[in-house]
Unconditional design. Structure first.
Length: 330
């Protein structure tokens, strides 16, 4: 489509005289001010969150510093790792979308108070400002983010575990991150079977990688316009709403099962919170995200066989990365 002319145009009136009509002003595009502000706030909140994660002797020493605000540097290993995963994830979407001819916004990072969200962030989003050309383009844009993020998260987990140690379990209540199949396998590869009464004291880089796996897994849920929802739409466009409903049902069933199992193990109403988390997520998908998906320009073009295999692999990764219990108190 030809671009609209922005110079002054000449129009001819009914009496034959040429009239000069001012062309409409070009609408100024907003700069990435909010993107930068939100990113800087997320840097701050993840840095503050990182001060709660110990295990790096070099950076833990900053907690005892007498210099003003030096204690905040103890959060650098956690914050830098988690932000690295999120930034690569989001720009995986961004650059792939630009390469595939789709208009997208820069990432909007979402800061969160560490008191409520231990990671200091709720991730980031990118706005699609135009429809994808076809199912192959949609798939590429959706899958690029999680796969790019994992290219950082997996090496970070291996490095963090290499710097982690096995220590006696701390007496009394303490917070424990839930294990997924992937994190369980990585810990076993590093330490083997742990002796009774021993636990892994994780390095902050490993803790950040755990959050990176969790964010990636949640994004891969095949519902709505999450990354997994777009992948599901590219794979099975006619059954996309059904995939969303099945996802909500599965999350609700997981929440009830986890809550019931933890309550039977420790009859205390606080013990059911890890199960309630999944019920809340199911409700958010059902009532906030919904089951819909925007149209694509060419819905007829079939998805290639290679992309179908990668799509199936993405959902296998979802199962491997999602911990049934996010966090619990032992």
């Amino acid at each position: 489509m030809p671009e609209r002319k922005l110079a002054t145009d000449a129009l001819t009136s009914t009496n034959g005289h040429a009239l000069r009509v001012a062309a409409p002003r070009r609408r100024r595009e907003r700069g990435p001010v909010w993107n930068a502000v939100l990113f800087l706030l997320t840097c701050l909140t993840t840095l503050l969150a990182g001060t709660s994660f110990i295990g790096s002797p070099t950076f833990d020493a900053y907690r005892a510093s007498r210099e003003p605000l030096m204690w905040i540097l103890s959060g650098v290993p956690f914050a830098a790792t988690l932000l690295g995963i999120l930034v690569v994830h989001e720009f995986g979407h961004y650059f792939t979308a630009r390469a595939r001819g789709a208009a997208v916004s820069l990432p909007y990072f979402i800061p969160a108070p560490p008191v409520i969200f231990p990671a200091g962030t709720m991730g980031a989003i990118i706005r699609m400002r135009s429809s994808a050309r076809d199912r192959n383009a949609l798939f590429d844009i959706a899958a690029a983010g999680p796969l790019a993020g994992l290219a950082v998260a997996i090496p970070a987990a291996l490095l963090g575990l290499a710097w982690s140690t096995v220590v006696p379990a701390t007496p009394g209540p303490h917070l424990v991150f839930g294990e997924s199949l992937l994190t369980h396998a990585l810990v076993w590869l590093r330490f083997g079977t742990l002796p009774a009464g021993m636990v892994v004291s994780t390095h902050p880089i490993a803790d950040a990688a755990w959050f990176g796996f969790l964010v990636t897994a949640l994004n891969l849920l095949p519902a709505g316009q999450l990354d997994g929802g777009r992948i599901g739409y590219a794979l099975l466009p006619r059954h996309h709403p059904t995939l969303g409903r099945l996802t909500v049902a599965a999350l609700a069933a997981l929440g009830v099962s986890v809550a019931a199992g933890l309550y039977l193990a420790r009859p205390d109403w606080m013990s059911i919170i890890p199960g309630v988390n999944w019920l809340v997520l199911a409700a958010l998908i059902r009532f906030a995200l919904g089951y819909g998906h925007g149209p694509i320009l060419d819905p007829i073009e079939p998805l290639t066989r290679g992309r179908r295999l990668v799509g199936i692999a993405c959902f296998v990764l979802l199962v491997l990365m999602l911990p049934p219990v996010l966090m619990r108190v032992d």
